[in-house]
Ligand binder design. Structure first.
Ligand SMILES: *[C@@H]1O[C@H](CO)[C@@H](O)[C@H](O)[C@H]1NC(C)=O
Length: 289
């Protein structure tokens, strides 16, 4: 083997090793935190399932805290009659002035559409709901739900299609989540007092246990440990390395068109358009973005 070809082989192996080390492993990245055995890590860490029955739901959280990240997770939601159930998948910090970035999936009767509910909290203030139907049956297969959170923006995406963007409008006095590290949380629970058709449809426990499944976790993220970000060192030594490109990623024109398509066809609630709810004027960020 020539010297240059052995270097190439070495690089190829190194690339494979890096890719493998960031592949999903639920044992490595998450703890099942409640539900008394109803949350399970399976298939050597490739799969996680949460379940809900009449006595309890279940949940898990990431071992790491992150301050910014591009985080993908594949979810397959409770099939059949899932009315009354909620599968929440979100990032959250702690304390009274917490930040939070939410995906919540509100179940429905068989054949009726799930609602994908989204929200952004900054400094303890939320009230920024946007809700969507999906363009596929989210219970038939796994789909990827992603959060891009960098210092300039938060983008929610479904199978790579952006559905919502929340820009950093800090300079206009709208707080943006940017200095509180967040953990990833998920839970499956009973919310039949409000979730389905506004609480009219109750959970049918004869269908229990209800199960939601997770796989394909992937995080390009800054891990926060002991008051320090794993990114500051990497970012200063390799400012434009492709691994940290997400830290300044914006939506390209294709993304903007996809988002318009999703919002036009699938958005069913937008707080920015809810004048009744905000009689003294819609929130400031609605006029800025
Ligand atoms: C349930 O189905 C109804 C009727 O199609 C729909 O209006 C509603 O948005 C669906 N989702 C929930 C969570 O109620």
């Amino acid at each position: 083997m020539t010297r240059s070809s052995s270097v190439l082989v070495f690089l190829a192996i190194a690339t494979v090793l890096v890719a493998a080390s960031s592949a999903a492993n639920f044992y490595q990245d998450f703890d099942v935190t409640w539900g008394d055995g109803r949350g399970k890590i399976l298939n050597n860490g490739d799969l996680l399932t949460l379940s809900l029955d009449k006595s309890s739901g279940s949940g898990f959280q990431s071992k790491n805290e992150y301050l910014f990240g591009k985080i993908d997770m594949q979810l397959k939601l409770v099939p059949g009659n899932s009315a009354g159930t909620v599968t929440a998948y979100y990032l959250s910090s702690k304390g009274a002035n917490w930040d939070e970035i939410d995906f919540e999936f509100l179940g429905n009767l068989s054949g009726d559409p799930y609602i994908l509910h989204t929200n952004v909290f900054s400094q303890g203030k939320g009230n920024r709901e946007q809700q969507f139907h999906l363009w596929f049956d989210p219970t038939a297969d796994f789909h990827t739900y992603s959060i891009l959170w960098n210092p300039q923006r938060i983008i929610f995406s479904v199978d790579g299609t952006p559905i919502r963007e929340f820009k950093n409008m800090d300079s206009n006095g709208v707080a943006f989540p940017k200095n509180q590290p967040m953990r990833i949380y998920s839970s499956l629970w009973n919310a039949d007092d409000w979730a389905t058709k506004g609480g009219l449809v109750k959970t049918d426990w004869s269908n229990a246990p209800f199960t939601a499944s997770y796989r394909g976790f992937n995080a390009n993220a800054c891990v926060w440990t002991n008051g320090k970000s794993s990114c500051s060192a990497a970012a200063s030594t390799t400012p434009d390395s492709s691994s940290s490109q997400w830290l300044s990623e914006e939506m390209d024109t294709t993304g903007q068109e996809r988002m318009k398509w999703a919002q036009k066809n699938y958005m069913i609630y937008n707080y920015c358009a809810d004048n009744k709810r905000f009689p003294q004027g819609i929130p400031q960020e609605c006029n800025l973005s």
